[in-house]
Write a protein that binds this ligand. Structure first.
Ligand SMILES: NC(=O)CC[C@H](N)C(=O)O
Length: 303
């Protein structure tokens, strides 16, 4: 395993050249564009890493999966899906286009920014910090790492430039889908700034692969909720590249603008990848290349 992962890192490092670090969150520009790392954690408890794995990065959009899990646990499926849909959009993650043009009454799914803000504002807790504490606890429990923190500096950097997300939140307020614009934005942008490494991500992926059971065997949520999360990862996890990813890789996965990818191979393994250089749809260019080879090599496609 170790040898193969190292080989794949070396093989795909050059492709990072073709990617770009996004610049709308200024602090992300400090990431290494040539960084590439992967950790795999299997159901029989092997942990194997290669490349730039000690690197810490923020969850960004990957947090949407965990916020969805908590929101469903808190409110039940019916209440959550009364306010957010289940269909892929085919549009970029921060688009408002379909909601506006077709007068939909709710965001199309929980993996786009608009949907994620609705979902996170439903998390139980009287204040922004109570909601975030509960979300942080679930992230720590899934990764079995109590050191995981919100990186306030990353939050600040995005908060100051969050014009598009603030606009989305105002739109959601007009539709009566969130209670307060600034609070919804504060929860959402802080959840995006939760700092992890590849091993944390791989363990989170393993927890989903084991239907809600963590690495050391704690049942954190039901098999049904895990199934919902993995299904959204397949249909919407890689933004408007989810269809091609399903064909080429075939693993439930969720990417983030920091270059992280969370992947979960049902009943087999969790995978965490980091590669900050992104393709034009906002997915880690090196990360996707590695996952494609790995899926082929180990026959990981669920289809
Ligand atoms: N694709 C992403 O990872 C987007 C997350 C980012 N914080 C945003 O809202 O724009």
């Amino acid at each position: 395993m170790q040898e193969l992962l190292e080989k794949l890192i070396e093989k795909h490092k050059p492709v990072c050249n073709k990617g770009k670090i996004p610049d709308y969150i200024p602090i992300l520009r400090e990431q290494d564009p040539f960084g590439l790392g992967i950790t795999v954690v299997t159901t029989d408890k092997k942990i194997v890493s290669a490349g730039d794995c000690p690197t810490r990065f923020t969850l960004q959009s990957i947090s949407k999966v965990i916020a969805l899990i908590l929101s469903i646990m808190d409110n039940g499926e019916e209440a959550v899906f009364a306010k957010v849909g289940m269909e892929p959009t085919g549009d970029p993650f921060n688009s408002i286009y379909k909601m506006e043009v077709f007068s939909y009454s709710k965001p199309l799914n929980p993996m786009i920014n608009a949907g994620a803000m609705v979902v996170s504002s439903l998390i139980n807790g009287k204040t922004v910090s109570e909601k975030l504490e509960r979300l942080l606890k679930l992230v720590r429990d899934m990764a079995e790492n109590d050191q995981i923190q919100i990186e306030e500096e990353v939050f600040r950097s995005e908060w100051e430039q969050a014009h598009r997300n603030r606009a989305l939140a105002h739109f959601l307020k007009e539709l009566d889908l969130i209670y307060d614009v600034e609070d919804a934005l504060a929860v959402y942008l802080r959840q995006c700034a939760i700092g992890v490494d590849c091993t944390d991500l791989a363990k989170i992926g393993l927890c989903l692969a084991q239907n809600g059971r963590s690495y050391s065997g704690k049942q954190l949520f039901s098999r049904h909720v895990a199934r919902l999360a993995k299904t959204f990862m397949v249909t919407c996890g890689m933004y408007n590249a989810s269809g091609e990813f399903a064909i080429r890789v075939g693993i439930p996965a969720k990417s983030g603008v920091s270059g992280g990818i969370l992947a979960s191979v049902p009943d087999r393994m969790g995978i965490g990848v980091i590669g900050p250089a992104l393709d034009e749809k906002g997915n880690s260019i090196g990360g996707i290349a590695i996952l494609e080879d790995l899926s082929c090599e180990w026959n990981l496609s669920i289809f």
